[in-house]
Design a protein around this ligand. Structure first.
Ligand SMILES: [Cu+2]
Length: 237
């Protein structure tokens, strides 16, 4: 573990030096705490071009950050990928209007002129999930592509500026940034009491485990990478 902590520390320090000028007007996004693992928000995204994109947002055992589980299914081959997706500021408009969702959740006023640096996620727009953890794969055309990660900057607390439960939404884009589908983030339960992670958004359709394949290697099922992430989180506290 010592090696991982040292490597992570170096990575963090290096990242901080390189990208310091790109942080938000209000500074970097702080690590969120107090995110109860009994609270689950979810989003269901669909359109003519997207069969379904489902996301779960769950608190963590130690309350640091939010576990995000996302599965993308049946994206039209007419839409070029890989597919960016973000938390947007407002709910979906009438008749599924994705333009009404406004811009990305960006409470620290970082803007998006400079692309998010995934090695320094605290400097990215809080809502820029694909910037921080990768865009959804074109594998989602033929079947389902899932990913899972803990984001340390989203919040499930209503008094936090990075709260995702106050009429926010998820927008999926094609690689040219065109909005191809959107859906609102809604409370699934505030009394989840199951062991471990909330069931994967794909669990009902294929029976795959909560942490699925594909882009999930960032966290992975082994728990090793997760341990590193939690170790970094602990270091920052
Ligand atoms: Cu977006």
């Amino acid at each position: 573990m010592h090696f991982f902590k040292s490597a992570a520390a170096i990575a963090l320090l290096t990242g901080a030096c390189v990208v310091s000028a790109e942080t938000g007007e209000k500074g970097d996004a702080p690590v969120t705490t107090g995110n109860s693992d009994r609270i689950v928000y979810e989003a269901f995204v669909t359109s003519d071009d997207v069969e379904s994109v489902r996301l779960n947002f769950t608190g963590t055992e130690d309350g640091v950050g939010v576990l995000v589980q996302a599965c993308f299914t049946g994206i039209s081959s007419s839409q070029p990928g890989p597919y960016p997706y973000h938390v947007h500021d407002f709910v979906v408009g009438p008749n599924g209007n994705c333009t009404a969702t406004g811009a990305h959740l960006d409470p620290y006023l970082r803007g998006e002129v400079t692309a998010c640096d995934a090695d320094a996620p605290e400097t990215c727009q809080v809502g820029d999930l694909s910037g921080k953890y990768g865009r959804a794969s074109e594998d989602a055309r033929e079947g389902t592509w899932c990913t899972s990660y803990i984001d340390k900057y989203l919040s499930l607390n209503s008094d936090d500026v990075s709260f995702i439960g106050n009429d926010r939404s998820i927008v999926v884009h094609n690689v040219n940034k065109t909005r191809i589908a959107c859906g609102n983030i809604v409370l699934a339960t505030d009394n989840f009491s199951g062991a471990g992670a909330y069931p994967s958004p794909n669990a009902t359709s294929t029976g795959e485990p909560p942490i699925a394949t594909g882009g999930a290697t960032r966290v992975g099922a082994s728990g090793l990478a997760l341990g590193v992430i939690l170790g970094v989180g602990a270091m920052l506290l």
